[in-house]
Ligand binder design. Structure first.
Ligand SMILES: *[C@@H]1O[C@H](CO)[C@@H](O)[C@H](O)[C@H]1NC(C)=O
Ligand SMILES: *[C@@H]1O[C@H](CO)[C@@H](O)[C@H](O)[C@H]1NC(C)=O
Length: 587
């Protein structure tokens, strides 16, 4: 996805296809979650954990505490827990049930894949429990940070939740009957506000779908299709988008993006409804469509913009041409997959207060992002430099406001961090220390974060490569790596992508070329990555390397700028809040 420089080449993604039929009225969005229970008070967050709608969880949080209310269709016991890996062990769990009008509730932890034992210190507290309409309802509260050896602290970003129920009440505090298949694990963004899942009544939709694309029998395919938005009567606000995944193909559709082509360009009809292989075979006219408009990846759901923000579409000054890019991941080389998956966007003529937009930040996708094997923790960092934020935000000295983010890395990614460096001081936009490749969800920030002209936007990914035997390079395939964060912000300015890339000037005496980068990769392949000194030296070289900084506006090639310079100096590092118990319950 997310094109970039390969070596010193400027590669752009894109494709374009068509459609000018009249727009149908919107079908109901695919996953409007229907609340089946009424909670005891208003909760900011709500999810149904299992596929059959049996385990419903409401929660809310403040700076220090998180309050849950579980509504579960059972008159037996209910279990809920936090787990580092989504497995029953190791996990911090609570178990509760209501029997003869009395509620039993205990804070426990697991010491194996069997009945959790009761903690010495009880740190999850029951507020009330009852049985009602064949459901067990438990409301309880705990601190977000817990610092004893039997509990897990809750961090920003992805949290793995495990849940279970049984139709029987236990006879004693111990001796729970086995829950059998009444259990599951879910990734939740516990400390991000729930999206307001609401569509305006006048919303219409437009689909960016693949057209029965016959997937080649190879690992990685980036398929592109171009579209022209029909006349929708002038400026509208896009307020929601959702994936439309063809049934049966969920396993091969890795990510889907929609790029906006340069607004002021005129596109010949032949560029509309074109299908091609992205990057290598893209026509130049469509290859410069690089401003991200919609981004979805495996595990994600629909995304609803906040009530006061919409992304402009249909403006008379706009080319209205878009490119749908689908990354298919086909490791078993299936040859009989035909796919019409894509994204659906909903838009409304009732304009909201702010024009919002999305910008891509991070490490440019390129083999110069190098992750040697053997590391328990290797950091790659990309920057959106001062020149770019000065230029892009020049009309907004007070800054633009980031309200949501979409982090993206591949299989080695364990953490994705988005930060700001202002006058040398580093602050956080959002960190996900538990990034999960299989759960790539756009997330709203609890508080908007301001980015000002002259700020540096820093994207850092932590990778774990200790079960690899070869160097992993940045690239498009799932087995290569990426380190990207899409920032959703308002008001809209002219910026599409802003990233950087270490150029390893200490290794590559001349500027990077296919040949000397190839040689460097070969050299790295011969080094002893089990040697900590070797590891440490390369980490330092990565962090101290000069960078190529790129800044691309919405007008494609003509808005593209590249500079070279040292990495930014950070005089005051951001110190994450102390998640003291983190190490304890990791098995
Ligand atoms: C946060 O929530 C907890 C639990 O409801 C409550 O006791 C505490 O007073 C709240 N803190 C603030 C600052 O509102
Ligand atoms: C590890 O690498 C360093 C630097 O190349 C070298 O000096 C040292 O001898 C190596 N240690 C071992 C145990 O091979």
């Amino acid at each position: 996805m997310w094109c970039s420089y390969r070596y010193r080449l400027f590669i752009l993604c894109g494709v374009c296809l068509l459609t000018t039929s009249a727009l149908p009225p919107p079908p109901p969005p695919h996953d409007v979650l229907h609340t089946t229970s009424t909670p005891s008070e208003q909760f900011s967050n709500h999810e149904i954990l299992d596929d059959n709608g049996i385990f419903e969880l409401f929660w809310k949080y403040n700076e220090t505490h998180i309050t849950f209310e579980a509504h579960v269709q059972t008159l037996g016991y209910v279990g809920l827990g936090l787990s580092a890996h989504g497995k029953m062990f190791p996990a911090d769990v609570v178990v509760g049930w209501v029997k003869d009008g009395k509620t039993y509730f205990t804070d426990r932890h697991t010491i194996g894949h069997y009945e959790p034992i009761i903690d010495q210190s009880q740190d999850w507290f029951l507020i009330f429990g009852k049985e009602e309409n064949d459901k067990t309802i438990l409301k309880f509260v705990r601190k977000i940070l817990l610092c004893d050896s039997e509990d897990i602290s809750i961090e920003d970003g992805t949290t793995k939740i495990i849940y279970a129920w049984n139709s029987e009440d236990p006879i004693h505090e111990t001796g729970l009957s086995y829950h059998g298949t009444n259990r599951g694990a879910r990734n939740l963004l516990l400390l991000s506000p729930s999206q307001h899942r609401h569509l305006p009544p006048d919303a219409k939709h437009f689909d960016f779908l693949n057209k029965q694309f016959h997937l080649p029998a190879r690992m990685t395919t980036y398929h592109c299709t171009s579209f022209k938005l029909p006349d929708i009567g002038g400026k509208n606000h896009m307020v929601m988008f959702e994936p439309i995944l063809q049934k049966g193909n969920e396993g091969v559709v890795h990510h889907i993006l929609v790029y906006h082509c340069p607004p002021s360009k005129q596109y010949d009809d032949k560029f509309i409804n074109m299908e091609y292989e992205c990057y290598e075979h893209a026509p130049r006219e469509l290859n410069e469509c690089r401003a991200i408009m919609l981004a979805w990846a495996v595990g994600g759901g629909p995304f609803y913009f906040p009530d006061d923000v919409g992304m402009p579409v249909g403006e008379s000054t706009d080319s209205g041409v878009f490119v749908l890019e689908t990354h298919y991941n086909n490791p078993t080389h299936l040859s009989d997959v035909v796919d019409s998956s894509g994204l659906r966007m909903y838009f409304t003529p009732t304009l909201r207060k702010y024009d919002g937009d999305i910008m891509q930040t991070g490490v440019a996708v390129d083999p110069l992002q190098m992750i040697p094997p053997g590391y328990a923790s290797f950091l790659s960092t990309g920057y959106c430099g001062v020149d770019c934020t000065n230029k892009a935000f020049k009309d907004h000295p007070e800054g633009v406001k980031v309200f949501g983010i979409f982090p993206h890395s591949h299989l080695l990614g364990e953490a994705v961090r988005s930060r700001i460096i202002r006058n040398g001081v580093e602050t956080v936009i959002a960190d996900d220390e538990n990034y999960d490749f299989d759960y790539q969800e756009s997330r709203l920030l609890t508080e908007e974060v301001v980015i000002k002209p002259g700020d540096i936007i820093e994207t850092e990914c932590r990778y774990k490569s200790d079960d690899k035997s070869t160097v992993t390079l940045g690239g498009l395939s799932t087995n290569e790596e990426m380190c990207l964060v899409f920032l959703m912000y308002y008001p809209r300015v002219d910026i599409g992508q802003c990233s950087s890339l270490p150029i390893y000037d200490m290794y590559l005496k001349n500027r990077p070329s296919n040949e000397n980068v190839g040689n460097m990769i070969k050299e790295l392949g011969k080094m002893d990555w089990t040697n900590k000194t070797v590891q440490e030296q390369f980490s330092q070289a990565t962090q101290q390397s000069r960078h190529f900084y790129t800044c691309i506006g919405k007008e494609g090639y003509s808005s593209y700028q590249r500079t070279e310079g040292p990495p930014p100096t950070i005089s005051k590092k951001y110190v994450p809040k102390d998640v003291c118990s983190k190490k304890v319950l990791i098995g």
